[in-house]
Design a protein around this ligand. Structure first.
Ligand SMILES: *[C@@H]1O[C@H](CO)[C@@H](O)[C@H](O)[C@H]1NC(C)=O
Ligand SMILES: *[C@@H]1O[C@H](CO)[C@@H](O)[C@H](O)[C@H]1NC(C)=O
Ligand SMILES: *[C@@H]1O[C@H](CO)[C@@H](O)[C@H](O)[C@H]1NC(C)=O
Ligand SMILES: *[C@@H]1O[C@H](CO)[C@@H](O)[C@H](O)[C@H]1NC(C)=O
Ligand SMILES: *[C@@H]1O[C@H](CO)[C@@H](O)[C@H](O)[C@H]1NC(C)=O
Length: 316
């Protein structure tokens, strides 16, 4: 049985190792996740408030390793947001009727324009960005030196918020552009455009205009879109994706074979045990089990429902 235990340990090890490798490969290793970028940019955005006035847009400075990203902030009372909206905060036009949840008295809008970093932080394989990713997020304004704040949810209850993209790259012929919306966990949703360069939203998040570039020749002239980042699907990353898939399939196959082998061993082992038991029974015939009754040993027949008791146990 020792080899059997060793085998189980080996299998567990293999499974853990492959799980670990899968985990290590999945996120982009060279850049921080988009969620973390939000909180970093919240900090840089808030630092633009030096003796701030309510209702005034301030542009923030970002560190050199994020050059190309633009961040702006705007502080408001949530009552004013609900009752008056904001007629154009950068590309966003915010109508009346926007509620925040949970309620805060004053809030800060943080605007992000990810510029040439759009496809780095929001990679969309099979799609090409025609405009940079723009973000609209809300935070509590109670402490303007706070960092790592959670976002405050909001919803436009009457009209949607519109996003008027400027400098949209020309649409490749034959393709239909779509609005893409990333919610805070980064998963994309596709919507129709309102007009050629306008998308709309009822909620917070990250927005852009994309085309499905599956089957399109890669790499157009880089001058096509002034603010647009690197083309998401390049030949190299496509190749590495293919290899990842091939590797995943092969790895899965090996694990499947090992699992089948393990199952076979397990079945044979239990079968053997069963046979051994049956043989033992055959030898002894109607085996009597010895059970402890009080301090004495007494034979107990198989299948006996009531256990024998000593009478004096009932004597109170
Ligand atoms: C940018 O550089 C700073 C140090 O100057 C570092 O703390 C930060 O993590 C870097 N940010 C990103 C997004 O790489
Ligand atoms: C974006 O452009 C800036 C210069 O404008 C450059 O420093 C930065 O490395 C670029 N980022 C990417 C991801 O290419
Ligand atoms: C505001 O946030 C900063 C940084 O987290 C903290 O040091 C400070 O104590 C906070 N101030 C108040 C009034 O909560
Ligand atoms: C979008 O902005 C452009 C100029 O920046 C303006 O001409 C156009 O009317 C705007 N469209 C909408 C729907 O706001
Ligand atoms: C992109 O287009 C291809 C065909 O051109 C289609 O198979 C694929 O489903 C499309 N992707 C999405 C997400 O719509």
């Amino acid at each position: 049985m020792e080899s059997f235990q060793g085998f189980i340990i080996f299998i567990t090890f293999v499974v853990l190792l492959s799980a670990y490798q899968y985990k290590a490969q999945s996120p982009g290793s060279s850049t921080i996740p988009a969620k973390q970028l939000d909180s970093v940019l919240q900090g840089y955005g808030f630092s633009a408030f030096v003796r701030p006035h309510t209702g005034v847009i301030y542009d923030a400075n970002v560190p050199v390793n994020l050059t190309g990203i633009k961040v702006s902030v705007l502080r408001l009372r949530s009552g004013s947001l609900l009752g008056r909206g904001v007629h154009s905060f950068k590309e966003f036009d915010i109508p009346v009727g926007v509620w925040v949840h949970p309620y805060v008295e004053r809030l800060v809008f943080v605007y992000q324009n990810l510029g040439n970093w759009s496809s780095v932080y929001y990679p969309l394989p099979g799609f090409r960005y025609l405009a940079p990713v723009l973000s609209l997020l809300i935070y509590d304004a109670a402490n303007l030196s706070a960092t790592n704040l959670p976002e405050i949810d909001f919803v436009a209850s009457k009209l949607p918020i519109s996003i008027n993209f400027t400098n949209v790259a020309p649409v490749p012929s034959g393709l239909t552009p779509k609005c893409v919306w990333f919610n805070l966990d980064g998963s994309p949703e596709f919507r129709e455009l309102v007009t050629d360069n306008v998308c709309s939203t009822y909620r917070q998040g990250h927005f852009s205009i994309v085309v499905n570039s599956t089957g399109l020749a890669p790499s157009p002239a880089p001058s096509a879109g002034p603010n647009v980042g690197p083309i998401p699907v390049r030949h190299k990353s496509h190749n590495s994706t293919v290899w990842k898939i091939v590797g995943g399939v092969l790895g899965g196959f090996v694990i499947l074979v090992l699992a089948a082998w393990l199952l076979g061993l397990l079945l044979r082992y239990t079968q053997k045990k069963k046979v051994a038991k049956m043989e033992q029974h055959a030898e002894v015939g109607e085996t009597l089990r010895m059970a402890r009754v009080g301090n004495a040993q007494a034979p107990v027949a198989y299948g006996t429902r009531t256990q024998p008791m000593l009478e004096n146990e009932y004597v109170a």
